[in-house]
Design a protein around this ligand. Sequence first.
Ligand code: BMA
Length: 825
Amino acid sequence: MALRPLHDDWTLEAVSGPVPAEVVGRRIPATVPGVAHTDLLAAGMVTDPFDGDAEAAQQWIGDTVWRWRTTFEWHDDGSDRHDLIAEGLDTVARVELNGVVVAETENQHRSYRVDVRHALTDGDNHLVVTFAAPVPEVESRVERHGALPHVNHHPFTMLRKSASNFGWDWGVDVATSGIWRPIGLDSWSGVRIASVRPLVDVTDEGGVLDAHVELEWATPVAPAASTAAAETEVTVLVDGHRASSAVAPGTTQVRLTVVVPDAELWWPRGHGAQPLYPVTVTVGGGSETEPWEARVGFRTVALDTAPDEHGAPFVLSVNGQPVQVRGANWIPDHAFLTEMTPERYRLRVADATDANMNLLRVWGGGVYESHDLYDACDEAGVLVWQDFLFACGAYAEEPWLADEVEAEAREAVTRLSRHSSLVIWNGNNEAIWGYVDWDWRRQLAGRTWGEGYYFDLLPRVVAELDGTRPYSPGSPWSFGEYLHPNDAANGTMHIWDVWNRLDYTAYRDHEPRFVSEFGFQGPPAWSTLTSVVHDEPLDPYGHEMLVHQKAEDGNLKLERGLDGHLPAPSTIEDWHWATQLNQAAAIRFGVEHFRSLAPRNTGVVVWQLNDDWPVVSWAAVDFAGHRKPLWHVLRAVYEARLATIQPRASGLALVLLNDTDEAWSGTATVAAVAFDGGRRDEVAMPVTVEARGSTTVSLPAALVDGLDPAAELLVADLPGFGAGRARWDAAEVVDQQLDPGAVEAVVALAETAPGVALVTVTARSYARDVTLLVDRVAPGAVVDTGMVTLLAGESATFRVTGVAESDAERLTADDVVRHAGDLQG
Ligand code: BMA
């Protein structure tokens, strides 16, 4: 009785398609799990798909039918059942064992288990998996079923496969094929645990674990081998507490409840700790079958959308405590998902927690992620909002797709139910909005588009399998049938008018209850960009650069976004810095405004945390893991305690947001500060802000009115409250008399920490957004902070790792130490 991985000795071959001569007829060594692209790369048959303009040259891979083969030895060990398990096949696959077709599949988002005893032979067994070419497959489905509206170039909604795998407005088009999750043979007898849904609740008695256990019974090979008459015992063990039940053979559903009287609650970060309790489910005496093991956290979740005086709120509560959400949207972190590792997931979650985020939204154009992501979130107290996998397109509701959708949803809800971090299921990304606003109705002419999934099937599946978690039909959604789905006053909102059409100050024209997407583009780190873009000279409109800028009119929008804020850049280095800086400035502007609307606003989820290849995008962290200036700004504006100066009807006001359990009282010292350091009209204002509360205090009109926008700013110092300072720039960088040479940098090697360089930057005059582009010195260099604003006379020390001692001096060079004012030079 054993689960045996079948990951060895695989080869890959092209069966048909526009295959280059050197690949025709070749048996290529294959890594399983893996995809064709990465095997071809490892075999030296293609160049790096992310490099230069390789993307176009490698389109043939997605147009090709690929076949994987392996041979494995097998001898009958007397087990009743011998199941082939495929945890993930990407996507339309025919699985043959010794020439017998044992499975035909068409859903990347499902796993498969089939009894293959009838096809196994003693000795060598030949396993062959053939994948239909994904791009022709979706195109042929369009022929068969009729075209449906969708964004981007390929009709991704035709197939249950990650939408963005076909290319996205930040994503490389690498339609993959492959055995993308583990595959193996499970030989077993008697009974096995098919699935467990360990649903949690918290009552007066303590933590309650409701384990919904599904059993599968082997079909005995011979009746004599069956242990038919005997009852068997199913046991659930949680932290020393146990429940068991004797079940008769053939029983498939068992529900066991365990109370853990002294269970400590699991909280989102910023609200408490994340205790996780091990859960073990066994059947039989414990040794006959594989136990099921996981960890759970005890907590309750609720979503409140009941109308109030403004409209419909969107309040996520954990253990009865409303959570002010500060998060980011998560996309697949690698275009080749099989390259993901537990470490890479952990790095990304650390990018979120280091930036003071408390939620990640797993976006519907990707995949139901590996447990690795949710495990890391369980441990860190990062809430997960999980989209069902529908994005920006119309999806047919006829059985050819609907059957797959239901099976996939049931499996996903079951598989992910163990994760305390997962707090909400969401029907789709922008699919309802698309129907209402993007002219789909005319194109659909009455055909189905997914409504039945979002309003009937998916909520039914969630309610049936996991009534502990709330469900939202879509993002955005207004929680009212006759409301516009993207209405600010109701539910969730995606704010894209800014990036697409408007200056970023227009964020202030929106008062969203919960903004689940808004974003602004910027390039990746210089080293990331230049590792794949080799245009000579480097230019935003260079051929390879445009391969790595997927957004519609992306470069024009980047340039337009600078207007009125920053001087037009004259070199590519300045373009890179200015557009990175502007991305960060735009999102800072948006987040400070949205957060200042609390408690009317209860959530800010920026688009997007990460990238799936090196690209100009909305991401805060680039594909190589470099934290962009945006990331440093997010860390600042996502602090639990934030002070910001905002315009209000009565003039400027200091707004304090306190998302902690402790009230705060202190003094805000507000003054007009000249760029050269002079201070005037200083006022001391006592301020108090409640725990989990906010306070708005008007600033004296005289202080504001007398300000010279070109040479002065308003500064409110609040020692001990968050970062301790709020600023108000009365003019944009382009209209301020900033000194391009405002800063002086010196580097020292840290005496106590080998390999660490300390760069101290001192401002001779006001220096906005001082940032060290350390990867220009060494691609692997990392700096601990960025986007630091200094008043005249102030200094900050940046800690840099990954730079050789001999290169340390370079860290003070002008192209490394940047600030907003240097764009005027
Ligand atoms: C939203 C997302 C994605 C897209 C992003 C940027 O619509 O849901 O579809 O990548 O905007 O355009």
